[in-house]
Design a protein around this ligand. Sequence first.
Ligand SMILES: [Zn+2]
Length: 383
Amino acid sequence: MSTRRPSRPLNMDAVRTANEAVWNDHPELERRKLTMGKRDYPYRKQWMDEYLKAGGTEAPDEASDTATQCMELGNLAVVVTNAIDANPIEGADVTISGPEDRDGKTDPTGTIEFLDITPGEYFVHGVRVEFGEDSSSAPVAPVTTNVCNLTIPKGCDYLKKPGTVEAPKKNFDGIRGESKLGPGEPGKHKFPGDINETDAVVHEVEVRGRKVKVITPKSGAPKGRHLPSADQVADGLSAVPGKQLDTIKEVVVSPNQNPDDAYWAVQYGIKDFSSAATGGNGGVTFYPKKTPWKQEFVDSTTIHEGGHTYSQELWKNEKEKKEWEEVIKKDKVSPSTYADSSVGEDFSESLVMYSLSKGTQCEAMAKWLYPERYKKLDALFED
Ligand SMILES: [Zn+2]
């Protein structure tokens, strides 16, 4: 893939020469202009070479280069209809001009879609000689992050917009505070999905001056399944920022699957879906997993699920939730793909990113990537 970009303003003669050269070698493009989208990476290297050969110049500034690459692209659909009977017009020539120029013909529904285009204000022009012509302008908002190619400092790989924000144990070790796990006391607890209380072992964890109850089943994990140990939970809690810990009153290690799994299996379309953990209502609940719990997964899960508990409290004030929605709009990227599924997931994933990077060598990069999220979380967590 090519990460180089032409400097601005573009040398339009060189653009035309480079376009012709690439179109000549790649008829499959059907003379379509290249975008910064992933699907055009293979063509962009040749395009840049041709552009430079034809007298164009390359953007020299590494930082702005990175900034423009890590951007969100948008889509614009144009529908052309007959002004008299409102029927769609097929085969109309549509051009859009703005941050980039594209053109094409409408399909039988009178529609043409321009995908992966640079967001901004576009001038739209449509014409079919038999019918006449019309113009309009349309804003294109960013939708998905298609391009993000960054030089991330070593040890900060979790900033590369992964599926979910995860990091090696040593990253979490770096942010862990003190925790003291008290002795296990016999108790009773009604675990998720149970009708009656069963025998439990209850610990108290002292962490960052707070006390959190950890409830584990006396029976341990079901056969062939794994649960985190009370020690692992205590270590996980010690990676959670203090203010967030205030909302986590107890951690339940459940021997049963999440009773809502059947619902989520349908929602996500994954047969036998089983959740690893859930958060909210003053606590975090861990469920049995097919593979052993690694400490770093206990850590990220505690922060993420505890993040739901925290945001639930915080967002009792509607203004706070709105503010987070604004923050999401303003930052160019989100911390993970999973973050994009809802405001709540975004907040929880952002918390993991924030907890991992705050006060480390990754903080500057994280702040650069997620300036608004960082500002807001700094304000929430400052003492
Ligand atoms: Zn979540």
